[in-house]
Design a protein around this ligand. Structure first.
Ligand SMILES: [Zn+2]
Length: 194
């Protein structure tokens, strides 16, 4: 677990609660995104998981099966991937998103359940593409940067230029990569200084 995630408040089961998760009656609502917390993270460039500042440069997020397949296909064809549709899901640190992708999809993709009623909505898509492409369950994806807009009721994010694509087919796919990242030997792109 990344140290900054370790320091997060916990729910009754001991799960760390992401920065953008709203609380109701003392219980974190993992399936929802808090408007004000999300806006604060966006404006102050704070990680949506751990709430700590993200250095200038690349940011990461966890994408579901459909977006993972689209990114993988674009990269395989040598085409740039453009995420033109804004999303409610904010960015985070590489380590935080690797961790979130393995522990609980809603840590990184809190809107997934709200958008689709199935408990694990990506499984429907994954069942179709499994075996055909890598990353059938999704991917941790690094982007050169993010843009955001705070409207009256929502915080919308858009991500530009894929710089790293780490597809996963099972829950602990990124364990070795996370350990390397936490040890300071992550395989991701070098972080700019400052
Ligand atoms: Zn973080």
């Amino acid at each position: 677990m990344p140290p900054t995630v370790h320091d997060r408040p916990r729910d009754d089961r001991g799960y760390p609660v992401p920065a953008i998760t709203p609380w109701e009656d003392g219980r974190p609502q993992f399936a929802l995104t808090d408007y004000q917390r999300s806006a604060d993270c966006a404006r102050q460039r704070q990680c949506s998981v751990c709430d700590v500042l993200m250095p200038r440069g690349p940011v990461w997020r966890v994408v579901g099966a459909a977006e993972s397949a689209a990114i993988g296909a674009a990269l395989a064809a040598g085409r740039p991937y453009r995420n033109l549709a804004p999303t409610l899901e904010g960015p985070g640190h590489r380590a935080c998103m690797l961790y979130a992708s393995m522990v609980c999809p809603y840590l990184a993709r809190p809107n997934a359940r709200r958008a689709l009623t199935a408990e694990h909505p990506d499984e429907l898509t994954a069942a179709v593409v499994r075996g055909a492409v890598r990353g059938a369950l999704g991917a941790v994806v690094g982007f050169a940067d993010y843009e955001f807009a705070v409207t009256g009721s929502r915080v919308l994010f858009r991500f530009v230029d894929v710089i790293e694509y780490l597809p996963h087919d099972n829950a602990d796919a990124h364990l070795a990569e996370l350990r390397a990242e936490l040890a300071g030997h992550g395989g991701g792109p070098a972080r700019p200084v400052g």
